[in-house]
Design a binder for this molecule. Sequence first.
Ligand SMILES: [Mg+2]
Length: 119
Amino acid sequence: MANILVVDDSRTSRRILKDLLEKNGHVVVGEAVNGQDGYDSYNKLNPDIVTMDITMPEVDGIESLRLIKKVDPNAKVIMITAAGQKEKMMEALKYGASDFISKPFNEDVVLDTIKKLCR
Ligand SMILES: [Mg+2]
C-alpha cells in the first residue's frame, strides 16, 4: 500500500488512475492539475509516490519533476507518457524519474511499477 499523488491535467486520466489504485488498496492522497500544483501538493502531502503526466499547461511534468527532485532527491516520481515522447522521456531520466507508465493505462503494469518502487 502506498500513498500516491496523481498529477495530470486530464480529469478523465486522474479518475481512471485513482479508481485503479484505490481498487487495489493504495491511497490517493491528492490530485494536482499541472506541474506547479503538483510541486505544491508534493511539499504539502509528502506522498510515497507521484504519478506525473508529462504534457500539462503552464508548468509541465518535466519541470515539476525537476522541482520536486531538487527539494527531495529521494522522491519517487513515475512519469506518465504518451506515444511519441521519447525525447521527453530521456529528459525525465536525466532529472531522476523513477519509472515510466504509458497511456492508456494497463492495470497490471501500473500495479507492478508501484510495487517495484515500494520495495
Ligand atoms: Mg496531459
